[in-house]
Write a protein that binds this ligand. Sequence first.
Ligand code: SF4
Ligand code: FES
Length: 355
Amino acid sequence: MAAVNPPWAMLAELTHGCPLRCPYCSNPTELTRPSQELTTEQWVTVLAQAGELGVAHVHLSGGEPLLRRDLTEIVAGASRAGIYAQLVTSGLGLTRGRLADLTAAGLPSVQLSVQGADAASAELIAGRRSFAAKRRAAALIRDAGLPLGLNVVLHRHNLDAVDALIRLGIAWGAVRIELANTQFYGWGLANRAALLPTRAQLAHAQEVVERWRERTDTELVWVVPDYFDGTAKPCMGGWGAISLTVAPDGRVLPCPAAYALPLDLPNVREHSLDWIWSRSPAFQAYRGTDWMPEPCRSCSRKETDFGGCRCQAFALTGDAGRTDPACALSPDHHLITDIAARPGGDFVHREFTRG
Ligand code: SF4
Ligand code: FES
């Protein structure tokens, strides 16, 4: 077996519980119940193993990670393992005291999700009152001296507000605003028709972002959509190449959307992270280029985009080993163009909240 480079980043989905009900959520439609979640000790062990493996950066995410009462101990575990941690949160439940405990445990940064540029539009997406709590959370993070990142998932219902969203992020003191066009996995896939933007919306929003880049020091990250331009994204930087995801119940995935794939997912309750990364069949399945079919196999871009996204290939063709239909060279490309031409309908909110 060829030597495998270590992972650089880890997404720790501490819980699937969440106070919000966003229809674009990439969590699986079958959410992990709180009773199945890893214990504090298990998370601390996973983080120690991740540090030994070479992981340098962990996103502490969910769901809503603040629902874990032991979050401070988990942050301390990341800090002891020498891993830079970023808390990815809705901001609901963040208090001055909680943030002080987290920073004392070594938390160096926070990313706050925002669903819209004003309360009415944001709460229509989030499925509950939340905008004022987010504004308060942003102020707390700034007051604590932590770098604030804002994450906005974009879709048909908020793309026209990109200008206002950037203004909001700057006003709230964000050093970085991630404008991420919806990727259609989990709940997002179930709501795809209702969330798909139009080409005109995307083109306009991208122009707005370019104009802002010329006049702000805030870093603006534009995560491209892949249903529209005939190119496949280099998903995850390649399968099992740079990052891994640990699910609330300890399953380990090569990407956060791989729940849906027909893979035998290894679990940290049974295997070390080192074995999982370097030897488990799930991480070997699409690593490198040997698995590729034509047209990828003989394509000059195969080391650049890695044949696109396995989850998207599976969602659209039923075979995760096919070329991503987002690529114009794929024999299945018509599946994407047909879908992109037919946006419409209403979304349903994500269900399941932790009681
Ligand atoms: Fe990428 Fe495969 Fe398309 Fe070539 S054929 S551009 S490798 S997805
Ligand atoms: Fe899973 Fe792209 S989202 S490989």
